[in-house]
Design a protein around this ligand. Structure first.
Ligand code: FAD
Ligand code: UDP
Length: 369
């Protein structure tokens, strides 16, 4: 008999398993159908000795001192600020998010101040009374030419649909800058777990009262005795797709090791052209700080079928999710947490924040008992 069964050992599941056992002394069975901890943030050392991310590059960044402090109990950090270049072909690679350097390099300008860049962008922006779609968001910020160059092809490849069919929130993740800050993120805390995410997860789940079973699907343990259930898998699967499947975008990861010291000058290069079949290439040594004569990279090919990596935010999926969400609210004793269970395009720190908030609600109920 367990106090909690937790389905999914990614950030959502591990944070809740750790808190409930270490802080409330609960007994927890944490399961995952995959053979490892960490969900999509899982990393591992490959045959060449390089730490790589099996499910694509995971860069940790947050503005929350609480979330950074929470994880710091389980790992030391390597400061790391991610930089990305967009490859425009013909040996031209420019900073993305679009900043003043990008404008100067794309248009052969020599803008030297924020004000000058702002005036330049203001002349290109298309006024947009209602920003609804991913196309609207970019065209309203930088105009159509830059949208075509940096966003249309990439987004079409990544999501398998036209940017006009995606909510504005997707491309709004990428800011526009008038300064020359070329970091991908500007969060207060930007760092990588020194020994990797997987080692951090191992430290988190090392708690009395916490049992972990990998290679175990929910269906195999659903009959086990437990008081409450925390579910972090896809919400449509939980309800047997009663209202139809929710759409997810998947990726195919081509992991390669090259027999040269470096492939590229920054952690990630994006390929916005519709003529290139992949979206981005990441070289891990930039991110981990490892030294080696060889180097490991991951090339990401978006695909229709496969593991559910990205919820697809659009009006139709949003309406369908709302029906599942209403059903979820009626499930006494079941808590839905994480990117798949709440069908939200969340970063790691947001999932940790969501899990910590769920923990606080549970702790309040416990103390009121
Ligand atoms: P997951 O990590 O998906 O974990 C859910 C787990 O549940 C999975 O391990 C799954 O196997 C298990 N599960 C599902 N159903 C069942 C079942 N029936 N039985 C048993 N187990 C089940 N975030 C960032 O902050 N920075 C980044 O740079 C970044 N890069 C990303 C790159 C890619 C390619 C992707 C896909 C995501 C990226 N993210 C990034 C987002 C990050 O991966 C998520 O925010 C986070 O991992 C979500 O954690 P989670 O626990 O909600 O879900
Ligand atoms: N995007 C783009 N071109 C780029 C970078 C991003 O069109 O060079 C769009 C694309 O639709 C992408 C979204 O902006 O899916 C969000 O980008 P982000 O880098 O946050 O994606 P993630 O790292 O979550 O895959």
């Amino acid at each position: 008999m367990y106090d909690f069964l937790i389905v999914g050992a990614g950030f959502a599941g591990c944070v809740l398993a750790e808190r409930l056992t270490s802080q409330l002394g609960k007994t927890v069975l944490l399961i995952d159908r995959r053979p490892h901890l960490g969900g999509n943030a899982y990393d591992e050392v490959n045959g060449a000795g390089h730490l790589i991310h099996r499910y694509g590059p995971h860069i940790f960044h947050t503005n929350s001192a609480e979330i950074f402090g929470y994880l710091s109990a389980f790992t030391a950090w390597r400061p790391y600020e991610h930089r990305v270049l967009a490859d425009l072909g013909k040996d031209k690679q420019v900073p993305i998010p679009i900043n003043r350097t990008t404008l100067n390099q794309v248009f052969g300008l020599s803008l030297t101040t924020d004000d000058a860049a702002e005036v330049f962008l203001a002349a290109r922006r298309e006024p947009m009374p209602n920003i609804l779609t991913s196309e609207d968001a970019v065209v309203a910020a930088v105009g159509r030419e830059l949208y075509e160059l940096f966003f249309r092809g990439y987004t079409q490849k990544q999501w398998g649909c036209d940017p006009r069919q995606l909510d504005a929130s997707v491309t709004s993740r990428v800011p526009t800058r008038t300064n020359d800050d070329d970091r991908y993120f500007t969060d207060r805390f930007q760092a990588m777990p020194v020994r990797g995410y997987t080692e951090m997860f191992k430290a988190m789940i090392n708690q009395p009262g916490l049992e972990v079973r990998l290679n175990t699907d929910f269906s195999e343990v659903a009959h086990h005795a437990y008081d409450r259930l925390i579910y972090t898998g896809p919400i449509d699967a939980f309800f047997d797709y009663r209202f139809g499947p929710l759409p997810y975008r998947s990726l195919c990861f081509d992991h390669q090791t090259l027999s040269k010291a470096w492939r590229q000058s920054v952690g990630t290069i994006n390929y916005p052209s519709p003529d290139v079949p992949y979206t981005r290439i990441t070289e891990y040594k930039h991110i981990t700080g490892q030294t080696s004569d060889s180097t490991s990279i991951t090339i990401e090919y978006p695909v229709e079928e496969g593991d559910p990596y990205y919820p697809i935010p659009n009006p139709v999926s949003g309406a369908r999710f709302k029906r599942y969400e209403a059903l979820a609210r009626e499930q006494a004793g079941v808590i839905f947490v994480g990117r798949l269970a709440t069908y939200k395009y969340l970063n790691m720190d947001q999932v940790i924040g969501q899990a910590l908030a769920a923990y606080r609600r549970l702790a309040r109920i416990e103390t009121a008992r």
